[in-house]
Unconditional design. Structure first.
Length: 382
């Protein structure tokens, strides 16, 4: 308990380290809620990262955000931010439906991009972004922070060790209690902003299933949406069943607002990943926010069970209090510096993600999230 409190206090107040002579300068697009946890606090403890600028649609809002988070420069608009000579990297934490346009604009301006998940509204946009980044010789990485965390690496290590035999099936869920995380008028409820539970949370459960199996799905056998009452194109929840090679199956359940029991009792959030193998199973709890608290329960069919926790890897950089975002930043900066990152989300991995997200919507009888109308300079309409 004391460990948990100490770790979480340090997560919120990381040590501010001295910066190198020429750190990577990040600019944040929008006064995004996720900015402090995913970018601002992690940068404080990295000697080669500094958050230099922010822009919001409303300058007063950007000023207040900059003041609260000690960001020195406030720019007048998103367009000014991506073009600013005061930054090298754009952190794009805009609503999903704006990821394509503003990542393309940042690339046009010669900036690298740390791009929030899901990288785009659909696979067509994802392919265009990564093609353009390659042409411009710039780095774009989709910010799947949970994949950088040592506990998930440990789960995979146990699977790959063969201790429990071959993987047979995977079950994972990520469900949010209604009225907690999503704000009123949250962009996740809007089709034009590429909302929906599969976009918001299904991307995590899909990526974990692909990572654990070291494979891509071969088919979706079922996708059932629980529609949002005000717009049935938005999946409030989705159950998806994937077939993977060698008969492995993966079922995922995601929900951005689990309805209260009996109409008024809040339903607790869910966040688990269970890997069933020939000779036992592994249950990883807390995969989406593992730095707050997690546990890895290993239950062989014969012999004693055990629980592991991995807040810090046995090899490579890390601290008990590093968040998944801080581990991600470490890799991202390594890549910018031309070093081999410990973990990386490749363009191919991101594109495949969006292809299976598209396939999930189609299987559920829902339309793909709309493609951006933005046309980059000298580029083509998608
Ligand atoms: N990695 C992670 O753990 C998480 C990732 N995310 C991802 O980050 C992104 C942002 O999520 P989150 O921070 O929760 O989002 P917010 O609701 O805070 O929105 C982010 C910003 O989007 C801007 N914005 C621009 N246009 C619109 C519009 N039409 N409607 C609403 N907002 C608009 C707002 O900017 P302005 O300030 O200019 O008004 C706002 O600050 C998403 O892609 C999400 O999937 C979110 C949460 C966790
Ligand atoms: O990425 C995310 O992770 C945590 C959730 O609370 C949030 O809705 C989502 O965007």
């Amino acid at each position: 308990m004391i460990d948990l409190i100490a770790r979480n206090l340090k997560l919120k107040n990381p040590p501010i380290v001295e910066k190198d002579e020429r750190p990577w300068r990040f600019g944040i697009l929008g006064a995004a809620r996720i900015g402090p946890a995913a970018m601002i606090r992690p940068a404080r403890s990295h000697p080669r990262a500094v958050v230099t600028a922010v822009a919001a649609r409303d300058k007063e809002k950007a000023k207040a955000y900059a003041k609260e988070h000690l960001i020195p420069l406030v720019l007048d608009s998103y367009a000014d931010l991506v073009k600013s000579s005061e930054i090298d990297v754009v952190y794009n934490a805009l609503p999903n439906g704006l990821h394509y346009e503003w990542t393309m604009r940042a690339l046009e301006a010669g900036k690298h991009v740390l791009l929030e998940k899901p990288c785009t509204s659909n696979a067509k946009e994802a392919k265009a972004i990564f093609k353009y980044a390659q042409q411009k010789n710039l780095i774009v990485m989709e910010a799947y922070h949970h994949r950088f965390y040592p506990a998930l690496h440990r789960v995979k290590e146990i699977v790959d060790s063969g201790e429990l035999g071959k993987v047979q099936s995977i079950y994972s869920d990520l469900c949010l209690t209604a009225g907690t995380i999503l704000v009123k008028d949250d962009f996740r409820w809007y089709y034009d902003l590429a909302g929906g539970a599969t976009m918001d949370l299904g991307v995590y459960t899909l990526l974990s299933s692909r990572y654990i199996t070291s494979a891509d799905p071969v088919e979706i056998t079922e996708a059932t949406s629980s529609p949002y009452a005000k717009d049935s194109r938005i999946d409030r929840a989705m159950v998806t069943k994937f077939a993977f090679p060698s008969g492995v199956t993966a079922e995922t359940l995601v929900d951005i607002a689990i309805p209260p029991s009996f109409g008024f009792i809040p339903t607790p959030p869910r966040n688990s990943l269970t890997v069933k193998c020939e000779h036992g199973e592994i249950k990883y709890l807390g995969a989406a926010m593992p730095h707050l608290f997690h546990s890895i329960n290993v239950k062989p069919s014969k012999g004693p069970s055990r629980t592991e926790k991995v807040y810090k890897p046995k090899d490579g950089p890390g601290e008990e209090w590093w968040s998944s975002y801080r581990y991600m930043l470490e890799s991202f900066i390594d890549k910018l510096d031309g070093k081999e990152p410990k973990t990386w989300i490749s363009p191919e991995e991101s594109i495949t993600q969006m292809e299976w997200i598209d396939a999930t919507y189609l299987k559920a009888g829902l339309p793909l999230r709309p493609t951006s109308k933005y046309v980059p300079e000298g580029g083509e309409t998608l």
